[in-house]
Every structure is written in structure tokens, then in C-alpha cells.
Ligand binder design. Structure first.
Ligand code: HEM
Length: 206
């Protein structure tokens, strides 16, 4: 059975509702004081992980649509990607506001000095560019360049899991599981990585 336009609308509604439920759950955790001894850190972790989960879901859409021959499912990809960016913005805002008290120079200093933050910032910049260019009017103007830019979503996933793994002081198992999931998702795009490798080898030989 093929997913219809109405089916896509239902899936999009479920995506909105799950984002709302996640937000309300975080609000409940904060309000009831269930975020533990360091609530700010817990909030940063919660928001970072939610951004990553939405990014993984975004990457899952294409292989699932191809595997089950559901072309209309692709229409849910943009919404999931935008939500990943929204959660990443909340994650970054919490860090800037509650950890650094809006000290922008300190923020830049931290991003430059700490490699795990550099990877986080690189991921955020990629997600920002992908979100801005996700508008149909911009997509049509960019033509082929749009597809080249949007392949950077794979790099965003890779950088995000490196950022996660590097930031962890305890609980490496969960971070490792995220890396494995990321690699499994990227294996689906092996043709892209092979062509990149091929192109760079050609450049080296020239
Ligand atoms: C400029 C951008 C970013 C900054 C400044 C930043 C900052 C941070 C900080 C301070 C932590 C906590 C480290 C600790 O425990 O000491 C963290 C963890 C994390 N961040 Fe980011 N981050 C950024 C972007 C992102 C993005 C774009 C994503 C995902 C798409 C992401 C996902 C995560 C994850 C999954 C964790 C680990 C959560 C956990 O340990 O449970 N971050 N980040």
C-alpha cells in the first residue's frame, strides 16, 4: 500500500506532536526538579540528544522510502531536518545563556579552544545553511548546487556524533551506540563517499 498525500499529512502531524510532547516533557522535568544535581547540564544534554535524534530520523527517511517504495515519504524529510535545527538552536541557546551568561567572546574562545565544541559549531552551521536553503524558492534558484549543499547533512551527522563522543566524560556506551547508528546510516550513502574519495584521488594524481 502506497502512502497517500493524506498519509503524509498524518505523519507530519505526528512529527509536530512528538516535538511538542518532547518539549512538554522537558518542561515537566524542569518544573518538577527532576533534572538532577546539575539541571543546566542535563538540559543541554537533553536538547543536544533530541537534535541528534531528529537528525538521524531525517537521514532515515530516504533509505526507508526507497526500501518500501514510498516516494511521498520524502516529503517528511524537510520537517524533520528543520526540527533538528530548532532543537540544536535550543541546545546552543541554553549553553550560551545558562552556562556562559551571553558572554560571546568567551563563547568564541571556548569553540576555538575545545575541539568537541568546534565540531558542535560546525554541525550547527551546516544545519543553519540547510534550513535556510530548504525553502522551495531558494531551492529552485540554486539548481544543482542545492543537491551538493544538502549532501552536507551526512557531514553534519558525522560531526554531531564526534561532538557527542568527545564531550562525554562518563557513559561512553551510549555515545558509541550513536556512532554505530550514524555509521549504519552513512553506509546507505556509500556511493557519495566513494565518489568523494575518487575525486580527491584524481586531484592528488594531477
Ligand atoms: C555551537 C554549537 C554547539 C555548542 C556550543 C554545543 C555545546 C555542547 C555542550 C556544552 C555540551 C555538554 C558537554 C558536557 O557535558 O560537558 C554538548 C553536548 C552535546 N551536544 Fe552540543 N553543542 C553544539 C551543537 C550541537 C549540535 C548541532 C548537536 C546535534 C545536532 C549537538 C548535540 C550534542 C549531544 C548529542 C551532546 C551530548 C549529550 C549527552 O551527553 O547526553 N550539539 N554540546
Amino acid at each position: 500500500m502506497k502512502i497517500s498525500v493524506k498519509g503524509v499529512l498524518i505523519i507530519k502531524t505526528v512529527i509536530h506532536l512528538s516535538a511538542l510532547a518532547t518539549f512538554l516533557y522537558l518542561y515537566y522535568l524542569i518544573d518538577s526538579g527532576r533534572l538532577g544535581a546539575d539541571p543546566v547540564k542535563e538540559m543541554i544534554h537533553f536538547l543536544g540528544k533530541t537534535a541528534l535524534n531528529f537528525l538521524f530520523l531525517t537521514l532515515l527517511v530516504t533509505p526507508v522510502a526507497k526500501r518500501f517504495k514510498q516516494p511521498l515519504l520524502i516529503r517528511t524529510r524537510r520537517l524533520l531536518g528543520i526540527y533538528s535545527f530548532v532543537w540544536a538552536c535550543l541546545h546552543l541557546t541554553t549553553f550560551l545563556w545558562l552556562e556562559l551568561n551571553w558572554q560571546f567572546f568567551l563563547f568564541i574562545d571556548e569553540v576555538v579552544k575545545r575541539p568537541y565544541l568546534s565540531f558542535g559549531a560546525a554541525t550547527w552551521i551546516i544545519l543553519l545553511l540547510l534550513t535556510i536553503t530548504s525553502l522551495n524558492s531558494i531551492k529552485n534558484k540554486m539548481k544543482k548546487a542545492w543537491f551538493t549543499l544538502h549532501r552536507f547533512v551526512y557531514w553534519a551527522a558525522l560531526f554531531a556524533v564526534i561532538h557527542y563522543y568527545w564531550s562525554v566524560k562518563a557513559g561512553l556506551i551510549e555515545a558509541t551506540i550513536y556512532i554505530v547508528i550514524c555509521l549504519l546510516l552513512l553506509v546507505q550513502r556509500k556511493a557519495y563517499f566513494k565518489s568523494l574519495l575518487f575525486q580527491s584521488m584524481l586531484k592528488i594524481r594531477k
